[in-house]
Write a protein that binds this ligand. Structure first.
Ligand code: PLP
Length: 411
């Protein structure tokens, strides 16, 4: 069980008032708030250990290098990966773009096919589309089935003779629906496809074990799991990581360069050109330690409790429609504490601004998922996404304010 009252004390920003009200932060899929442990860690690095890494034999550089590498080790253990499988990048978008770039340039040719899903965030789709225009492969789309999930049968039937890779979200950033990533990967592997998993909304919310799932590539963002912004991870499986050559290279990626040849460093360094977000990754290491202390199983079950309560309250009030077909008979165990909705025809931005006037932060718009919104026939939605510091009391308050919004806007 999580001690939420204690957790809340670790987040200084929760004591802020917004428009004269207590802050209720329900925009966690966009980014999470930061605990004092992470804030102080970053500050401590600047005050005492800051220098460039891998650049010198001087004391500060060696200290910064050790702290940075220790954090990468901590993060790799968090998803049960090897150190060499974990490439430090700047965010999930960067990691997913690198994965699609590497696959496109190294493995694909004109006439090949790559599968993506209608439920993907733009960051797991648009670079594929750009590259398809350059390389000449085709992008194919899989649609969600009942309850918004990507069904295994749909994946199976989309795979053709020329399909070489599949990219999909572990969890939808709009609906919070959790896909059967292991099942999709097994099908893909049987058919010889490379797999790219967008884990931006799963790693922060549930235990994720790459050995169990078995993807070739998987990416997530540090800032969505209590860490600093400008940090992300691209996981590349050990079967590929030291055989592939980087597409983007530069300082710190090579052992030796001559006019005739390049000898790359081992992973992860061959994939990490230039100066990384040193203090950010040291902060992310601290964030991971924080989540580990809570226990990811506890995080998952607390979020599930929040979701069940939220849905129960919404059902009682019959305030609005979810944008995806929610299975009302389920216990919602295949959803994170995220849901997207509309109140009648009211513009989602109007609802979000009304909530903000009452101190409640939510996201409105299409959440970088235009195809999913078109699929559900809506022009946008309001999205509430909850995390470890949210409470049942905040849900009650959220419902009260929504009721006021209905009164105000629906005559
Ligand atoms: C599912 C999903 N994928 C990718 C991203 C992109 O993350 P970032 O903005 O950190 O690159 C997001 C961000 O909201 C997301 O929710």
């Amino acid at each position: 069980m999580l001690n939420v009252e204690r957790i809340r004390k670790d987040f200084p920003i929760l004591s802020r008032r917004i428009n004269g009200r207590e802050l209720i932060y329900f925009d966690n899929n966009a980014t999470t708030l930061k605990p004092i442990q992470v804030i102080e860690r970053v500050r401590e690095v600047y005050e005492n250990h800051y220098s460039n890494i891998h650049r010198g034999v001087h004391t500060l550089s060696m200290e910064a290098t050790e702290l940075f590498e220790d954090s990468l080790r901590e993060i790799s253990r968090f998803i049960n990966a090897d150190f060499e499988e974990l490439i430090p990048v700047y965010n999930a978008s960067h990691g997913l773009a690198l994965a699609s770039l590497m696959i496109s340039m190294r493995f694909l040719k004109p006439g090949d096919e790559v599968i993506v899903t209608i439920t993907d965030h733009h960051s797991n789709m648009l670079t594929w589309r750009v590259l398809s225009g350059i390389v000449g492969f085709k992008v194919k789309y899989v649609y969600p089935g009942a309850g918004g999930r990507i069904d295994l049968e749909a994946v199976e039937s989309a795979i053709g003779q020329n399909t070489k890779a599949i990219a999909f979200p572990h969890v939808s950033n709009v609906t919070g629906v959790i896909n059967n990533a292991k099942g999709i990967i097994e099908i893909a592997r049987d058919r010889g496809l490379l797999t790219v998993v967008d884990a931006a909304q799963s790693v922060p919310h549930m235990p994720v074990d790459v050995r169990d799932l078995g993807p070739d590539f998987l990416a997530f963002s540090g800032h969505k799991m209590l860490g600093p912004s400008g940090t992300g991870v691209l996981y590349i499986s050990r079967d590929l990581v030291n055989d592939l050559e980087p597409i983007i290279a530069g300082g710190g990626t090579v052992e030796e360069v001559t006019i005739e040849s390049i000898k790359w460093l081992d992973s992860p360094w061959r994939y990490a050109p230039g100066t990384p977000n040193i203090e950010g990754f040291i902060g992310l290491g601290e964030a991971v330690r924080y989540l580990k202390r809570l226990g990811m199983d506890n995080v998952r079950s607390y979020e599930h409790e929040l979701l069940r309560y939220l849905i129960k309250r919404l059902e009682e009030e019959k305030l609005f429609e979810y944008i995806e077909p929610v299975d009302k008979n389920s216990d919602y165990s295949s959803k994170t504490a995220t849901f997207a909705f509309n109140i009648g025809d009211i513009n989602p931005n109007t609802v979000a601004s009304f909530l903000d006037m009452h101190g409640i932060a939510v996201r409105s718009g299409k959440h970088c998922a235009h195809l999913l919104h078109s699929h559900y026939g809506v022009d946008g939605s309001v999205r509430a996404s909850l995390y470890i510091y949210n409470t049942l009391y905040e849900i009650d308050r959220f419902i009260e304010v929504l009721k006021e919004a209905v009164k105000n806007f629906i005559k």
